[in-house]
Design a protein around this ligand. Structure first.
Ligand code: GAL
Length: 429
């Protein structure tokens, strides 16, 4: 089955589509499918164990525990940015039919293989019970729906295409403003190098992919970027070749040879002024204002990655009900928490994301997040989906891109990389 034809295809869309609630029925049923069991514990699996991620999860757990005092919360988070470690552990557990009660997965094509493998329950009944079809944007519901069935509960919307910096470092280097194009970035990078400042800090492989998607977005624009994931943009075309060549130049001004072990230490280099910029999703806001206790605008600042102003390269964290969850009743209560306004408004202000629900309490979103929420809800904002965080490529296609990219960042062979990705698309579409 070509999941992408039936599930998320809402990419390269105006935000208006995301802003509208799904127009399906609001009929409530009596919760058929709920086990109704009074489970006394719940095991929730995620990768939110590190600074900047743990705080948001803890806030939602606190709200859950307040409402469900009889349920012991078993936090099974496995540390490591973008879930690289967690996903390996989870795959082993799912294969062994030893699932947690709920696990984190990105909305979009990352879910497809779990649905096909029969690992996750259809939870449309929870949407009917809770009236959620009217509370989440239609485009987001599409991203978690296959053949009319909904498989997870989105808790947030993150933005991938962001360039973080320390205003004091730019000032010290005599740079008036963050770059608006990748060419301008390269010009600034040469200046920064002459002053012994790393232009761009980088971390492990997934952060290199996160950079890649945003160089492609900035250089190709939204339509052609989206075409990379639906077959309408040729990976071997002259313009993609040029964008990939630019990526190698940008990476040449990074600290790839001494890359940080994860996204937080890569951002630390921006904080301490040894690096000028870092491309990262807005979980960086949670980290910088939380663990680092910095003030937005003075201690840290952010712009859209070069060439992507007015675009939201989105991803969404969601939670599932695995088939065979040992504590199904408690898991359903956790999912209700994830989908609630209180849960989302406890989690997102700390996590550095905006709520997935359209009716959250705006006053809770300040600093960077006030601007993010306004941009997300602005009907003229264009929306595309993230590669590195599970929206636009299924796991098989993404896995082959991950492998090819490991080689590409070392050998800078554009033609070889483009050929590998084009073949991977054809094999896995
Ligand atoms: C993403 C995830 C975010 C954040 C980030 C860094 O994949 O969606 O919520 O956790 O990884 O770990």
């Amino acid at each position: 089955m070509r999941y992408s034809r039936r599930g998320i295809v809402a990419l390269g869309l105006a935000a208006a589509l995301f802003a509208l609630p799904a127009c399906s029925s609001s009929a409530n049923d009596d919760g058929g499918g709920s086990s109704g069991s009074s489970d006394s514990e719940v095991e929730v699996f995620s990768w939110w164990a590190g600074p900047g991620e743990k705080e948001g999860l803890d806030a939602m757990i606190a709200d859950f525990t307040k409402k469900n005092s009889g349920i012991k919360f078993n936090n099974a988070a496995v540390a490591g940015g973008a879930g690289t470690n967690a996903k390996t552990v989870l795959a082993t557990r799912l294969q062994a039919k030893n699932p947690p009660d709920s696990y984190q997965v990105h909305a979009g094509l990352e879910l497809a293989s779990d649905i096909q493998a029969g690992y996750v329950e259809d939870i449309t009944y929870l949407y009917d019970q809770q009236g959620w079809k009217e509370k989440f944007p239609k485009g987001l519901i599409d991203a978690i729906t296959v053949d009319g069935k909904i498989y997870s509960v989105p808790v947030n919307i993150h933005r991938s295409n962001l360039l973080w910096f320390n205003p004091a470092t730019l000032q010290k280097a005599g740079i008036a403003a963050a770059p608006k194009t990748w060419d301008e970035f390269l010009t600034q990078a040469a200046t920064l190098k002459s002053k012994n400042i790393t232009a761009l800090s980088i971390g492990p492989g997934w952060t290199q992919e996160h950079l890649l998607e945003n160089v492609l977005l900035g250089e190709l624009g939204t339509d052609k970027y989206t075409g990379l994931w639906n077959g309408s943009t040729d990976w071997k075309s002259a313009e993609v070749t040029a964008a990939l060549t630019k990526y190698t130049k940008i990476l040449g001004f990074s600290d790839l040879k001494s890359a940080a072990a994860d996204w937080q230490p890569a951002l630390d280099k921006v904080v301490d002024g040894t690096a000028a910029y870092n491309v990262m999703g807005d979980w960086a806001d949670g980290y910088l204002k939380g663990a680092k206790a910095l003030e937005f605008k003075t201690g840290y600042d952010v712009v859209a990655t070069p060439g992507s102003e007015g675009v939201y390269n989105f991803l969404s964290d969601s939670f599932t009900l695995p088939v065979g969850a040992p504590h199904k009743g408690a898991a359903e209560k956790w999912l209700v928490e994830c989908g609630s306004t209180e849960g989302q408004d406890a989690f997102n202000p700390q996590k550095g994301s905006v709520p997935a629900r359209t009716d959250a309490d705006k006053s809770k979103y300040t600093g960077y997040l006030a601007a993010a929420l306004a941009e997300w809800q602005n009907p003229s904002t264009k929306i595309v989906g993230s590669l590195a965080h599970g929206v636009v490529a299924n796991n098989a296609f993404k896995g082959e891109i991950d492998t090819a990219l490991q080689i590409f960042v070392q050998d800078s062979n554009v033609a070889k990389f483009a050929d590998a990705v084009a073949k991977a698309y054809a094999a896995n579409k």
